[in-house]
Write a protein that binds this ligand. Structure first.
Ligand code: SF4
Ligand code: SF4
Length: 163
């Protein structure tokens, strides 16, 4: 008995392949080699192969709601091992863009972005006197500074701050 061949959802595939970075999606054979080299593969419900598989079968909602594209640290290790030339980091960038457009960014990543925009860095709450003392003992600077100018420039370029 032959295997059932999955038919990609042409509309979702077309949507992604029409965006810069998504062009090579259809080359994926869902082999899973990329997942073996990905340090964050176990950090979300779907690993890289599973996300690719869901893209190929047109599971649009599941893909856009997945945390994996947000966990991707664009190290490109998966691309070194993929035998089919799929640029996974680019694919995940395209998925993130689409998710942002639809307003479905995972809450943890929204909060992280908000914290950076408010405090200028992610560590303000975690950086306690204890850590400052530890750093001092290790001969490291205890005054970790934040780049306020960078934060201000990002806000004014990408966000409507009402100012
Ligand atoms: S991206 Fe490449 S390595 Fe990963 S599942 Fe697809 S074909 Fe395999
Ligand atoms: S580029 Fe992203 S998906 Fe690929 S190995 Fe690195 S973290 Fe994993």
């Amino acid at each position: 008995m032959g295997r059932t061949r999955l038919t990609p959802s042409s509309s979702f595939i077309q949507e992604l392949t029409s965006m810069p970075g998504g062009e090579l999606i259809e080359k994926c054979v869902a082999c899973g080699v990329c997942t073996a080299s990905c340090a964050v593969a176990s950090g979300s419900q779907y690993n890289p192969r599973q996300v690719m598989q869901k893209i190929l079968v047109g599971a649009r909602e599941r893909v856009l709601e997945s945390e994996q594209p947000w966990l991707c640290k664009t190290c490109h290790l998966c691309e070194d091992t993929c035998q089919y030339g799929v640029k996974l980091a680019d694919v995940f960038k395209v998925v993130r863009k689409l998710a942002i457009r639809e307003g479905i960014v995972p809450i943890a990543f929204q909060q992280a972005a908000q914290t950076i925009l408010t405090d200028g860095w992610l560590m303000k709450e975690a950086y306690s006197d204890f850590i400052a003392d530890e750093r001092k003992e290790l001969g490291l600077s205890s005054r970790l500074s934040q780049n306020k100018r960078y934060t201000r420039d990002v806000k004014s370029k990408y966000f409507d701050t009402g100012g």
